[in-house]
Write a protein that binds this ligand. Structure first.
Ligand code: NAG
Ligand code: NAG
Ligand code: NAG
Ligand code: NAG
Ligand code: NAG
Ligand code: NAG
Length: 409
């Protein structure tokens, strides 16, 4: 992994040796001018906590939905995102920003989204770590250290860049931006109540001593504050922040820009293959059964036969730190898995029962897909997408579907 990053970084350096400082300079300059204008020099409009109550009001507005992240189990999460986000807000434009890896081929599932504005699948490159970033951020609890955080921040901000460049090309601005992860499993539609002026809406719980950063909904200016994750690290440094994890940095950047974060419960969970010991201790991670009644507000989940429900859940969850991995569990909303091992045998049947016939069909079709079929599906999606920025389709498909043959030349 590291070797690959180093090689990539080397090639990158060779080709852009002289341009890099210039680009970086302009990037920082334009971003800080932009943000300063938005949040410091102008008096913010008074928050009026108006809620748009019906989709019919919202469908008169312009919404961008930005999906980020690795496709890992997208055959399970993708159909639920289509149904509960994209088809629910048919007038919204979809933007996807994702790294190229062996699962990226699964993104063709998005071909039936109502509107696709921009798709970017890129080769991850090592990001040099600045002194400010090293001061402001901590590698604790980040599986890939500060580098992992920077990659994630870049992914999120990259989606904002896709959106703003689409806006300038078409000479309009979005009213709302919804940002979430491609590994979210949605069990019900995104509520219109999430579209609230004057604050940035995030899921309740899973706070990790900051704000849950697994989903965010806001108007344009609060969204710019929330999604400029990489360029705001310098502002956090100036403000004296140190050793922040992703969630704490998220809360800090909203504080610095005077944007209020507001929690709400949302009906999705983050499908994870990671293993966590059970029962979780104070700073452990509870893993929900995907069949939990919810809303799970972005808690980790997997398909399982729950090991813990009712009183057991109450007893377990009371042990957890409220500012860390805690999530709401009352009224039987949460059932827990023993996630200390791999996904259990028979998880496919469990998933199919939870997600229903159509989702089961897509899961099975994905297993039967070959490179040719994959390319064809991507071509159909590409035809519907204005801005398409990906490696060759055949490469994306081969990387996932010929994983074992492709390594021998
Ligand atoms: C807005 O929603 C209403 C009611 O759901 C629907 O009849 C109408 O066609 C929608 N308009 C647009 C522009 O999508
Ligand atoms: C990153 O920056 C450090 C210090 O500025 C420099 O020594 C190093 O060569 C840089 N690495 C890359 C990959 O650009
Ligand atoms: C962009 O829109 C504004 C107002 O909506 C208009 O004044 C301007 O001429 C437009 N610019 C272009 C290049 O279409
Ligand atoms: C959680 O953090 C908030 C501020 O972020 C603080 O006011 C509160 O006391 C903390 N609660 C606990 C239980 O640590
Ligand atoms: C549990 O249900 C009761 C009665 O419906 C409701 O008043 C309460 O807000 C619910 N609590 C949570 C945490 O959902
Ligand atoms: C959880 O699963 C592991 C195996 O993955 C097992 O060793 C352990 O006993 C289980 N814990 C409980 C509380 O059942």
């Amino acid at each position: 992994m590291l070797k690959k990053f180093t090689n990539l970084a080397f090639q990158w350096r060779l080709s852009l040796l002289s341009l890099t400082p210039l680009i970086l300079f302009f990037f920082l300059l334009t971003n800080s001018i932009y943000l300063n204008q938005l949040f410091h020099n102008s008096t913010p409009s008074p928050p009026h906590h108006q809620i748009l109550n019906k989709n019919s009001d919202l469908n008169q507005t312009r919404i961008a939905i930005c999906l980020v992240g690795g496709a890992r189990r997208f055959e399970l999460t993708g159909p639920s995102i289509l149904k509960n986000l994209l088809e629910e807000y048919k007038n919204a434009d979809l933007f996807l920003n994702a790294p190229l890896d062996g699962d990226a081929y699964k993104f063709f599932l998005l071909k039936r989204a109502p509107r696709i504005a921009g798709v970017r699948i890129f080769e991850p490159e090592f990001m040099n770590e600045t002194q400010a970033q090293i001061r402001v951020l901590t590698a604790d609890n980040s599986p890939n250290g500060i580098q992992g955080l920077l990659q994630y921040f870049n992914l999120v901000e990259g989606c904002l860049n896709l959106i703003t460049s689409y806006e300038s090309k078409h000479n309009f601005t979005y009213d709302w931006i919804v940002r979430t992860r491609v590994d979210g499993y949605w069990s019900a539609p995104l509520s219109p109540a999430a579209f609230t002026h004057g604050s940035y809406l995030v899921p309740e719980g899973s706070r990790y001593s900051g704000l849950n950063d697994r989903l965010g909904v806001g108007d344009r200016s609060t969204s710019i504050a929330a999604l400029s994750r990489l360029s705001l690290v310098d502002e956090l440094n100036v403000a004296g922040y140190e050793r922040l994890n992703s969630e704490a940095a998220f809360e800090a950047q909203l504080n610095v820009l005077g944007v209020r974060g507001k929690e709400m419960r949302f009906p999705f969970c983050v499908v994870s293959d990671r293993q966590y010991s059970f029962p979780p201790d104070r700073y452990g991670v509870p893993v929900a059964s995907m069949a939990s009644k919810g809303p799970l507000s972005g808690a980790k989940c997997r398909p399982c036969k729950p090991i813990c429900r009712g009183q057991c859940v109450a007893k377990t969850m009371k042990e957890l730190d409220k500012n860390w991995s805690w999530t709401e569990y009352k009224n039987g909303s949460l059932d827990l898995c023993n996630a200390s091992g791999e996904w259990e045998n028979g998880w496919e049947e469990i998933f199919d029962r939870i997600a229903g016939k159509d989702a089961a069909k897509e899961r099975i079709e994905m297993k039967e897909l070959d490179v040719k079929g994959c390319v064809k599906k991507f071509q159909a999606m590409k035809r519907r997408t204005e801005r398409w920025e990906t490696p060759a389709l055949v490469r994306i498909c081969r990387l996932g579907l010929e994983r074992f043959e492709s390594s021998t030349p």
